[in-house]
Design a protein around this ligand. Structure first.
Ligand SMILES: Cc1cc2nc3c(=O)[nH]c(=O)nc-3n(C[C@H](O)[C@H](O)[C@H](O)COP(=O)(O)OP(=O)(O)OC[C@H]3O[C@@H](n4cnc5c(N)ncnc54)[C@H](O)[C@@H]3O)c2cc1C
Length: 375
C-alpha cells in the first residue's frame, strides 16, 4: 500500500500496541492511557467488531457456583483458589466503577445453581465450609439453599430438587459494556483499528514490528490480548480454545426467570434479558468438536439446549428460539490467566478460562503492573 507522508508520520508508530479489542485489550488501553497520558497507544482488532468471546458471552457478573467452587478448591488448593476468587471479585468491582452500573446495565438479581433430581448432591454438605472459606473476601454467607425458588421461577419440579443461591452475583448487558469500554478508550486518545489482522511480530533494535496485511505498525511495547487466538504468536504456551454455543429465545410473556443460573458445574448457564432467555453451554457434550478457534454451530449441543429449555427451564411455558451464535474462549490446565512478559518488549494477557467479564479488568491491571515493574 502506498502511504502518504501524513499517514507515515501520524498513524504507524506507537509507544504501546495492543492486539485484540476484547475486554482485556480495551481495559488495558484504558489502564495505559491513564498511567501514561502522553503515550501513543493503538489497539489492533482483526474483526469489524471484537471477534472472540467478549461480544459473544452471557454477561454473567459472577464468581461461580458452589459445585464449581468445590471442584476448583480441590483442584487448586486454598491459596490459588482464593486468589482466583479475589481476581474475579476485584475485576468486577473495577469494571463497575470504571463504567458505572447504569452504562453496563448491572443488575444484582443473584446467581442460582440448579441441582437435578438424579444428581449426586453430597457437595451440599460442604456449603457451610465454603462460606467460611470465602468469608474473609466476601464478608457474608455467599451460598444458601433457596427453598421456594423452583416454584417462583417455574422450573420443572420433577427435574430440579434443590436451588442454591449466590447473593453476590449479578448480570450486565455485554453489548453496552463493550461499547462503553470502546468509548472510554477513544475518549482517552487510544486509537482503535478494526478489520486489522496481525500476521506476525518481529522484535529488533528496541522496536517491535507489527505486521498486518498491507501495513507494518511499529511499537516500543506490544501486548497480546488475543485470548484463544494467542497460539499463533506463542505456539508453546498452554492455551486450548473452547467454543461455546448460545441460543436466545424470542420475548416470552410473563417470564418468571430473573437472575443468572447455571448447572452441571457451570457447563450450562442461562439468564433473562428483555423478557428473553439467553442459554448457553453443553461444551462438555463434545469437548473435542468444540476445541476450535472457528466460529460455527454444533447441532447436537444446540438440540440439547433446546431440550433443556422445553423440559426443564421453560417447563409448560410456550417459547421459540430466535437465533443462536458461538463464541471462542481459552482454557488451560491451570485456571489462572496467562499473564507474563514473553520477551524484551512483548507481554501477554490471555487464557481467561471462560470468566473474562469478571477477570478481564484485573488481567489488564496486572499487565500494567508487570510493565511498570520492568520499565
Ligand atoms: C459463549 C460464551 C459465554 C461466556 N459467558 C461469560 C460470562 O457470562 N461471564 C464471564 O465472566 N465470562 C464469560 N465468557 C468468557 C468471556 O467472554 C471471556 O473470558 C472474555 O471475553 C475474554 O476477553 P479477552 O479480551 O481476553 O478475549 P476476546 O474477547 O476473545 O478478545 C480477543 C480479541 O483478539 C482479536 N484477535 C485475535 N487474533 C488477532 C490478530 N491476529 N490480530 C488482531 N486481533 C486479533 C479477536 O478478534 C478478539 O476480538 C463467555 C464466553 C463465551 C464464548
Amino acid at each position: 500500500m502506498q502511504l502518504s507522508y501524513w499517514e507515515k508520520s501520524s498513524y504507524l508508530a506507537y509507544d504501546y500496541i495492543i492486539l485484540g479489542a476484547g475486554i482485556t485489550g480495551l481495559s488495558l488501553g484504558i489502564e495505559l492511557a491513564t498511567a501514561f497520558p502522553n503515550a501513543k497507544i493503538a489497539i489492533l482488532e482483526r474483526g469489524i467488531f471484537p471477534s472472540g468471546a467478549s461480544t459473544k458471552n452471557a454477561g454473567f457478573a459472577c464468581i461461580g457456583s458452589l459445585s464449581e467452587k468445590i471442584v476448583d478448591r480441590n483442584l487448586m488448593g486454598d491459596e490459588a483458589f482464593l486468589s482466583l476468587i479475589e481476581d474475579r471479585w476485584e475485576g468486577l468491582q473495577i469494571l463497575r466503577q470504571r463504567l458505572g452500573d447504569k452504562a453496563i446495565d448491572f443488575q444484582e438479581y443473584g446467581g442460582y445453581e440448579l441441582i437435578f433430581q438424579q444428581q449426586d448432591d453430597v457437595f451440599l454438605a460442604d456449603m457451610e465450609e465454603m462460606n467460611q472459606c470465602l468469608k474473609s473476601l466476601l464478608g457474608r454467607a455467599t451460598f444458601s439453599i433457596e427453598a421456594n425458588a423452583n416454584k417462583a421461577f417455574g422450573f420443572n419440579p420433577k427435574h430440579i430438587k434443590t436451588i442454591i443461591k449466590n447473593k453476590h452475583e449479578g448480570q450486565i448487558d455485554t453489548g453496552k459494556m463493550m461499547q462503553s469500554l470502546s468509548a472510554l478508550c477513544s475518549s482517552k486518545g487510544v486509537q482503535i483499528f478494526t478489520n486489522t489482522n496481525v500476521h506476525s511480530l518481529e522484535e529488533e533494535n528496541q522496536v517491535v514490528s507489527v505486521n498486518c496485511e498491507a501495513i507494518t505498525f511499529k511499537a516500543k511495547h506490544v501486548f497480546l490480548c488475543t485470548n484463544a487466538f494467542t497460539k499463533k504468536f506463542l505456539p508453546d504456551e498452554e492455551i486450548e480454545p473452547g467454543r461455546g454455543q448460545v441460543v436466545v429465545t424470542k420475548p416470552i410473556e410473563q417470564l418468571k426467570i430473573k437472575g443468572i443460573f447455571s448447572f452441571d458445574e457451570g457447563y450450562y448457564y442461562f439468564r433473562n434479558i428483555n423478557n428473553r432467555i439467553i442459554f448457553g453451554g453443553g461444551r462438555n457434550l463434545d469437548f473435542e468438536g468444540e476445541s476450535t478457534t472457528q466460529f460455527g454451530s454444533n447441532p447436537p449441543i444446540l438440540h440439547k439446549l433446546k431440550q433443556y429449555l422445553e423440559e426443564t427451564i421453560l417447563y409448560q411455558t410456550p417459547f421459540e428460539i430466535d437465533y443462536h451464535w458461538s463464541g471462542i474462549m481459552a482454557f488451560g490446565g491451570k485456571k489462572q490467566a496467562l499473564i507474563k512478559k514473553v520477551s524484551e518488549r512483548i507481554y501477554v494477557g490471555a487464557r481467561l478460562n471462560g470468566m473474562g467479564v469478571a477477570i478481564g479488568s484485573k488481567v489488564a491491571k496486572k499487565l500494567l503492573t508487570l510493565l511498570q515493574q520492568h520499565s
